[in-house]
Ligand binder design. Sequence first.
Ligand code: NOJ
Length: 569
Amino acid sequence: MSIDAPWWTTAVVYQIYPRSFADSNGDGIGDLPGVTARLDHLALLGIDVLWLSPIYPSPQDDNGYDISDYQDVDPLFGTLADLDELVAQAHDRGIKIVMDLVVNHTSDEHPWFVESRSSVDSPKRDWYWWRPARPGSQPGEAGAEPTNWGSFFSGPTWEYDEASGEYYLHLFSPKQPDLNWENPEVREAVYAMMRWWLDRGVDGFRMDVINMISKELPLRDGDVPEGAAEGDGSPSYLCGPRIHEFLAEMHREVFAGRDGAFLTVGEMPGVTVEDARLFTDPDRAEVDMVFQFEHVSVDQGATKWDVLPLQLPVLKASLGRWQEGLADVGWNSLYWNNHDQPRVVSRFGDDGEYRLRSAKLLGTVLHLQRGTPYVYQGEELGMTNAPFAGIDDFLDIEAVNHFRVATGLGADPAEVLGALRTMGRDNARTPMQWDETLHAGFTDGEPWMAVNPNYTEVNAEAAVADPDSVFHHYRRLIELRKTEPAVAHGDLTMLLADDPVVYAFTRRLGDTELLVVANFSGDPVKPEVPEYAEWATGELLLGNLTNGSGPELAPWEARVHRRKVAALS
Ligand code: NOJ
């Protein structure tokens, strides 16, 4: 069957967090030659695209998401020549390279900001958001900030600049000032930089918090949630009034008319299905797909630190709604993990007795949906959250600041630590586990962050050698997307919406129907899927047990069945 669909509908993307992937020079920090040396691991897995988290020069306040030069490589990670070599070697293996594009903000050490800060009359003053103190207040005093917004990394979103007597906006850390996208010069500079990277041979961009670039004017106070010290500014900056205009302009200025096969994915916290339909409608030419956050918020309360137990029906309803909402227009990205999320096998699976089986189950449920799957480094090994002993083991600015502020306001340190252990981003950032040698083969030196001690059991060398490993299960899932068109292109129908432990859905294309059925529990279960007895005696396309059969699913068992049906006319 020939299907006219963009190339990325059958593609799988692998995300690398370079500082934690592979260290080639013994300084304890992963680097680009380290990535290049491991390309064969990725080729064996079968991925099509590699997304590199930021490798640009940076003071590393937020591990590279604070960029001080968009057109170079931080010496920590290598050189531009190393990047060219990685691109060339990846292309030789049929793997595309997608760069992280962080343009909601720069580093405060970026020459644009240094210039902007130098004087109220600077030609670049208006490249950032500068505002006077709140009328009637003393500049620099608590409460004098231009708006009451709280930042993502704790504290206010405004930093007082004594020299000029004004404040600048930073939705993230004070070292990440927000760019003013209202200024056409800013937009032109960003587009020129993007074109420079494409000219250099990269294949697209993952766009960091890109739905925050348009702010609603005038900037104004947000509601203060109960118990919070600061206001919620998000209505003023999530999917603001010009966001579609800016992304359409970016597409026109950077991609339109350019030869090649590119990928654009916009990271969009708080995006709704309705917005996502607009962002990803090919006729509107904005981005190919977005990262939404609903399904990774189902176990969180008012903030990400209010940890709730997973309720499977809520997770299914959320992912099901996205599948339905983007069925006829637009496209989904599919992910459990990235560098900001805890490890999924610890989060929604069982990282103890059923680690291998539940990791495979989670991969199966995700990869069998309609959309482009993203695999985060180590997910293909079933890597788990790390056993952080105390606050000193946490290195992430978000975790460190939250602990300081929350305990300062009287929270119980043990409870705050508990939430950090469950939701903290550091879980994703422990070094990649390559083999059972010291530091998991990640580095010959001292790793910048401790390796998870389970590396003697959980590592790539062991997984590649074992045909029943999570690695080979992921390899088969990726292969299936390319060999069974119903996986990439079929319709999806959710089943058993209220079932507390069974995740089930069908996919259908032409005369092929697939049934995915998965037991999210440590007890056996008989799925109440209509006609399951017949399905169960039919073809088992893929499963996470060597000989799964019969009407009952074992603990954490997942199966993909296939059957022929009358083609829909
Ligand atoms: C989202 C990135 O994924 C995260 O790691 C970063 O801290 C913020 N954006 C700020 O750039």
